[in-house]
Ligand binder design. Structure first.
Ligand SMILES: [Zn+2]
Length: 289
């Protein structure tokens, strides 16, 4: 799933390419793509795209009256729609823009296409009033931005949220927003912290270590992602431990380990993170359930 660096860099690319263009129409291509009834997308027709922003892992396609909040989920992408075919593969919704004088004559007006590969079909668009967008569903339940939270605020978050493993806390968008499976693994490794460390025991020192680790991982991811012409695929993203079970830790040379869960894998380096201790692998218990 795209996380903060991928979504942020993509928002910047889309702003560069489509900023100032006037919206001609918004067309859902499936019955489930548009998640809201009011305000109507038509409120933005004929108006210029102000910018594409980001909150957590959501893209915010922002016009003055209304904002289209786009969640890519697992396999979603917002692509420049070159073909504009009637039934694009995996197509969820399309933003059509008006011609502008600088466009080459005889070409179709540009369009953006939200696609989702795979079978889940959970990507979608919420149309919300731009004023108050951040406090409207689906953004109202998000925690503070992981990339910019300060250590004291994160320590307070540890204290006020349910006591949980730091790996789970980082992936919970209500706790902090923008981190997914890869960055949770990378952050814990970078902070030399067990992914199973309990949040109520971390205090300000633990929060400081996590904040420093998040910022390093995000800065590296952003630098990498901003060089790309389009959003990376997950296999291209930087990692020291994520997806590297059985490989050597680039910091200490120990073997990267994995704890498998139904929908994600915890990767960690025992020497860097757990004092050499192996974390319980619940693969067996998963099958006994
Ligand atoms: Zn290591």
């Amino acid at each position: 799933m795209p996380e903060m660096p991928e979504v942020q860099a993509h928002a910047e690319r889309l702003t560069d390419t489509f900023g100032g263009r006037r919206l001609k129409a918004f067309r859902p291509l499936t019955f489930t793509a548009l998640k809201t009834a009011t305000p109507a997308p038509e409120a933005a027709y004929g108006l210029p795209l102000d910018h594409v922003g980001r909150r957590g892992k959501f893209l915010l396609v922002t016009f003055e009256p209304v904002t289209f909040v786009v969640h890519l989920m697992q396999g979603g992408r917002v692509l420049v729609d070159e073909k504009q075919s009637v039934k694009p593969r995996g197509g969820q919704a399309r933003f059509l823009f008006e011609h502008q004088p600088t466009d080459p004559p005889g070409t179709d007006p540009p369009a953006l296409l939200l696609t989702e590969q795979g079978t889940e079909r959970r990507a979608g668009v919420w149309c919300v009033a731009t004023t108050g967008a951040l406090t409207s569903p689906p953004l109202d339940s998000l925690g503070p931005e992981a990339a910019t939270i300060e250590p004291a605020a994160l320590a307070a978050r540890f204290a006020e949220r349910p006591n949980t493993r730091i790996h789970g806390f980082l992936r919970d968008q209500r706790a902090v927003a923008g981190i997914g499976r890869r960055l949770a693994n990378e952050t814990c490794h970078r902070a030399c912290m067990s992914p199973f460390a309990m949040t109520r025991k971390l205090g300000l020192d633990g929060a400081s270590a996590i904040v420093t680790a998040i910022r390093e991982c995000v800065a590296e991811g952003l630098a990498e992602e901003r060089q790309r012409p389009d959003m990376s695929s997950s296999k291209d993203r930087l990692s020291r431990v994520h997806g590297r079970a059985g490989e050597a830790c680039p910091v200490c040379g120990d073997t990267v380990r994995a704890v498998e869960y139904a929908s994600y894998t915890v990767n960690y380096c025992p020497t860097c993170q757990t004092g050499g201790k192996l974390l319980a692998d619940n693969t067996t218990s998963k099958f006994l359930k």
